[in-house]
Design a protein around this ligand. Sequence first.
Ligand code: SF4
Ligand code: SF4
Length: 390
Amino acid sequence: MTFDTPRQEPCVASEAARQVAPTDLPGSQQTPLGERAPLGKILTRAVEVNLTAHCNLSCYGCDHASPARDEEYLSVEGLAADLAALSDVYHVFEFFLTGGEPLLHPRLVEVIDTIRDSGVAEKIAVVTNGALLHKAPAGLWERIDKLWVSLYPGVKRKLSEDEIRQQAERSGVLLHLKVTDEFTNKLLHSENEDPELVASIYSTCTLRGSCHTIHDGRFFKCSPSPFVPEWVRRVGLEVSDFSGDSVPLRNNPDLRRQLLEYLKDDRPLTACRFCLGCVGKPVRSRQMNKKAVREWLSERDPDTRELVDWPALDVARARLEGVDLSGVVRTMRGLKARWRAVWWTRRITGIDLTGSPPTGLGARLRALGSAWLGPRRDGSRAGRGRPSPS
Ligand code: SF4
Ligand code: SF4
C-alpha cells in the first residue's frame, strides 16, 4: 500500500459492514471466513498495519520514529490491494491497527471494514495511546474485537480508564490497558558492526513472530523494520540496501513460497544492524517537544554493546532456545483457546493475562501461564512498555 498525503474527507462506513455477524466466541466479531479451515494457507499469530506515520504524541524512544515523521496516512485502496493479494495464501489470528496513532486516520472505520471483508483475519484490534478515544468515529467500538490502550505518564485523556472500561464492556470488546512508563530502546543512532551481536539480538527478537507488518505493498517480519530506512536517513547514517528485508505482495505469483521462506529465515535483516530488538536497555517514557526531537535525532550512540541489556539477553537466550519465533502456526485452535481463556479470566476475575499485571497475583498467574500462553506479543518484560507504538 502507499501512504496518502493528508485527507480531509469524513469517514464513510458501508451499511453492509455494520451488520455484525453472529459470534462463535464471546467478544468476537466473526470474519466472513469464520470457522472454515483456510486450507493450504500460511497461518500466523498476528500482523499489523500502520494507519499513520505521525502521531499526536511524541514519545522518546518510539520505535516507529513517529515524532520525527511527517503527516502521512495509509491508503485504504492500497491496503485492499495488499489484502487481496495476501488472502489467497495467508490467514492470521489477530490483525492490529497501529501507527503512529490510528485514531488520527479519517477513514479508520473503512480500514476495519476492508480488513473484515478480506476475510484474512479472525480478530481485529486497535492499538492506541487513548488520547483521542473520546473522538472515536461512530461504529468503531462495534467493529473491533480488542482495544489496546497504552497509558503514558503525563498524557491527559478525556475518557477516564473507568469510562473506557464501561464502553468496552458495552461493546463486547476485549480491553487491555497498559501502563507504559518505559520503552525497551530499539533504534540505534549508529550501525551495529558486530555481526555476532546482530545475530544474538535477532535470535532473541520475539517481534519477528508477533509483529509482522503489512506496509507499503510489502510484508515485513517485524514492526520496526519498515521504519528503519527512514530512521537511518534522518539520523544521518549511510543508507543501506533494505530491499531484502521484506516480501512484495502484489503481482507476486510466488508469494506463498517466498513468504514462508522469509518468515522461517534465521538470518537477520539488514534493519537488525540498526536495532536492539527486545534486549535494549530500558528508557523512561517521556514526551518530547520539537527541540527534544531534534536532539533525539542528533544523538550519538556509545558502543552498541553498552546499550544492550545483557542479563535480559541471557534470559531470552535460555528461554527461547529451540522456540520457533517465526509466528507461523499449524492451526488456529490454540490461539482461539487462548482468546477464550483471556476473555473469561478477564470477565470473571478482572485479571488481564495479555499484558503487565496490576497485582502480584497477576504476575504469578502470568508466570504460571506463560508456558502455554506463549511468548508475549511485544517481547517486552513485565513493567516495560509495549515497544511497538502506539
Ligand atoms: S532486531 Fe529489530 S529489525 Fe531485527 S527483527 Fe527484531 S525488531 Fe526487527
Ligand atoms: S510510542 Fe506510540 S504514542 Fe508514542 S509517539 Fe510513538 S506512536 Fe505515538
